[in-house]
Design a binder for this molecule. Structure first.
Ligand SMILES: [Zn+2]
Length: 359
């Protein structure tokens, strides 16, 4: 038996022994007994008493209400204020941006061409010649091989290569993956392009080797894989069989297969299972889950702003707010949340992509 039943008188012991409540129809019948003159006088007296009584009641109610209003006005004010604040808070929660304080950082026009989310292809040139490069063989964890001691790559990219190839070695039991190329200078790219075009003609050659200045290798964020057996025999990495592990897991380490089979028209480059590009875990997971190439992703992110960011939980269960800020003149003000971990990368096109970690 709960309070609900008690409230509606369904709890029987509450009603037992009570006098029935007199109904209105019973009151009218009672008044009908005073239909004589004496009865009318008596009724007038009763009416005067009633008026006096009613006046007294009205005065008492008025005074009580005034006192209560005065007594609770302060409390009432607080409640109204709380209610307004609750409405504001609810609106903020409806907005995808978390109710953080934001601060402004300034980035330069040159920063559009720096960062791990650069879109580098036939349309957008790599303006940098190596970004935060480090020697691979001096920094690698020996879970893979490097074609020679001179190979360099972006330092963050090497750190993530180490994590990925250590897990690959443990999962698959092989350490025959070899970095055949990572950072490549513009001059070397020019030489490779010329050789390819001389052999295949300009149109076909350009689909295999990118023009000087338009290769991701120039940034240091991309590398190529080959296989090197224990006798030193080199074979092409096709990403099949046991090596499909790379394609299936690379996003967890921030990598994408940059030139997928079905995206040749958008990338302008034939499928290269061996060419792997670092873009960061949040972005790599989103790109893979949504079956995008980098061209499509960079375009999609431009639809998100600091007021309406892309909220996303990546494959490692980290939550992100991702948004685009267009470059404005020589210096751009970028809003970033106070007290949260964030990264800003140029998109190499026309602005910046901000990635804010929300957990
Ligand atoms: Zn490559």
């Amino acid at each position: 038996m709960d309070g609900y039943e008690d409230y509606f008188g369904l709890n029987e012991p509450y009603n037992t022994g009570r006098k029935p409540v007199q109904r209105r129809s019973d009151e009218r019948r009672t008044r009908g007994e005073y239909s004589t003159v004496q009865g009318r006088k008596h009724r007038k007296k009763r009416l005067r008493v009633s008026r006096a009584f009613l006046t007294a009641v009205v005065v008492v109610i008025y005074v009580t209400a005034t006192i209560m209003l005065f007594a609770f006005s302060k409390d009432l004010g607080v409640k109204i204020k709380e209610s307004e604040e609750a409405t504001v808070a609810a609106n903020v929660l409806e907005n995808p941006v978390y109710p953080d304080d934001y601060e402004t950082v300034r980035v330069s026009r040159d920063d559009v061409n720096k960062g791990f989310l650069l879109l580098i292809n036939n349309d957008y040139e790599c303006k940098q010649d190596g970004i935060d490069l480090a020697n691979v063989s001096e920094n690698y964890n020996k879970a893979y091989q490097v074609t020679d001691y001179a190979v360099e790559a972006n330092k963050t990219t090497i750190d993530h290569m180490n994590l990925m190839f250590a897990d690959f070695k443990e999962a698959v039991g092989k350490n025959d993956l070899m970095i055949s190329c990572a950072y490549r200078s513009k001059a070397l790219q020019e030489q490779l392009y010329k050789e390819e075009v001389d052999e295949k003609g300009e149109e076909e050659g350009a689909k295999w080797v990118t023009m000087a200045g338009h290769s991701e290798h120039q940034s240091g964020y991309a590398f190529d894989l080959t296989l090197c057996d224990e006798n030193g025999g080199i074979t092409e990495f096709n990403g099949e069989g046991k090596y499909a592990w790379i394609k299936e897991n690379c996003e967890k380490y921030g990598f994408i297969i940059r030139y997928p089979q079905e995206k040749t028209e958008l990338t302008g480059i034939y499928h290269e299972p061996w060419h792997i590009r670092y873009v960061g875990v949040a972005h790599a997971c989103y790109i893979k889950e949504n079956n995008l190439c980098l061209e499509e992703y960079i375009s999609k992110v431009k639809g998100y702003s600091v007021q309406s960011p892309l909220e996303y939980q990546d494959c490692e269960m980290n939550r992100w707010c991702i948004y685009y800020v267009p470059a404005q003149g020589e210096s751009t003000a970028v809003s970033v949340p106070k007290g949260r971990q964030y990264e800003i990368s140029g998109n190499n096109v026309d602005g910046f992509i901000v990635s804010v970690k929300m957990n």
